[in-house]
Design a protein around this ligand. Sequence first.
Ligand SMILES: C[S@@+](CC[C@H](N)C(=O)[O-])C[C@H]1O[C@@H](n2cnc3c(N)ncnc32)[C@H](O)[C@@H]1O
Length: 442
Amino acid sequence: MAYEIFFLSSEFDLPKQNIIGLEFNRAAMKMANIDAMFDFMFTDPKDVYGKSTVGENELLYFADVCAGPGGFSEYVLWRKKWECKGFGFTLKGQNDFKLEDFFAGPPETFEPYYGEDGDGDIYSPRNLKSFQKFVRSNTEGKGVHFMMADGGFSVEGRENEQEILSKRLYLCQFLCALLILRKGGHFVCKLFDLFTAFSVGLVYLMCMAFEKICIFKPNTSRPANSERYIICKWLKEDIKDIADYMFEVNEKLGKYSSTTSDADIVEVVPLEVLKENEEFYDYIVTSNDKLGTNQIIHLDKIRVFAQNTNLHEEKQSDIRKECLALWKVPDKARSAPPRCEPGIAYKQLMQGENLSYINNSPGPLTPNLLKKLDRIFDYHCVVCGETKIPPSLFIGLGKSNIYQYDPNSSKWLKLELVLELPANTLFYGELIQELKGENAVV
Ligand SMILES: C[S@@+](CC[C@H](N)C(=O)[O-])C[C@H]1O[C@@H](n2cnc3c(N)ncnc32)[C@H](O)[C@@H]1O
């Protein structure tokens, strides 16, 4: 078991929700901060030997849970572009994903899913099981390389009970990670206070399930609040028993919450076991002490600043610049991606290369033609499904904005297909009918 503690003094308090002058919104900046502080272990995951865990020609798979409107995913999509595929799971309703606001990265490779119940509630055992099935079936049975979870809800008026009110959310997010991560996968999850035996027991179970864990408060998290993140590295192989146990605890909590009884589960690992493991116990106590001390300092600072509105934090602008450089995030304004004409986008993508030969219809490769092929580099071979309609160029300008090149009219024609492509996708292909199912129903 290994724990590491990272703690940074948080002078860098982002002032507004949509920070002018930054590529991302506040939440996305938080994930950029966390990723960078852990040597990009999420967007560039490596195994214990330092080798990339994303195979050649493989996509980076991730999940973003309790995650609306989706800032964390926007960060990952920005950094990895189309070379990743994300699965989203969050409550439907006003805090749902807002894919139309994903300005920094391509939303086409992100797929929201709301579970068998259709409401995106992570508490539902049926939703958890169906999300697991969905993710596994879309990742060749392996699961995702990493999962992010940032669940939270309003606790207005009951701020001091936030940890207790969020206990089932902690549990279900942890459980979800165990269900959908691949072996060696990583996990990051928002937590608040870690005072109760229930929460600390859950952290203990994550210690058992992963090679390394740590509790971390990023600079981008407001310094006076209790928010912190658990970072879990390298999921172990045999964690099914832990997942089954958490699943059972969740089902019981569900039953208790639907009755009027006072029954509750207050610990998941006996307190003696937590105390017996001195290394773990000391780690949690030290982490709580450090975070608490820092909260006190910053609450005091807020009081001083509130009492004297002439005070100004002079270090903020320099720290902001240093942070952005460290996190490898450009210091530029957030804006909607420009929409451009297919012809112009094509010219920009080709950078002067001439593809006019593509306008020639391909001929079938016959033994006679093979004999004539003395200079192989003068030819391009493509696999064709249907020779009546020749293949052609397609360009994607984002979402369902897809155009096909028509060599007869030399025009790009808009395609009316139920298909989405990330902006600046160019490929040579053909439209064919795909037959599905035993009786080949389209
Ligand atoms: C702080 S927001 C997440 C912000 C997000 N990481 C981002 O970058 O935009 C918390 C999210 O947790 C979701 N949430 C709260 N309870 C949930 C539950 N039981 N099941 C699923 N999602 C939940 C909320 O609806 C909200 O979208």
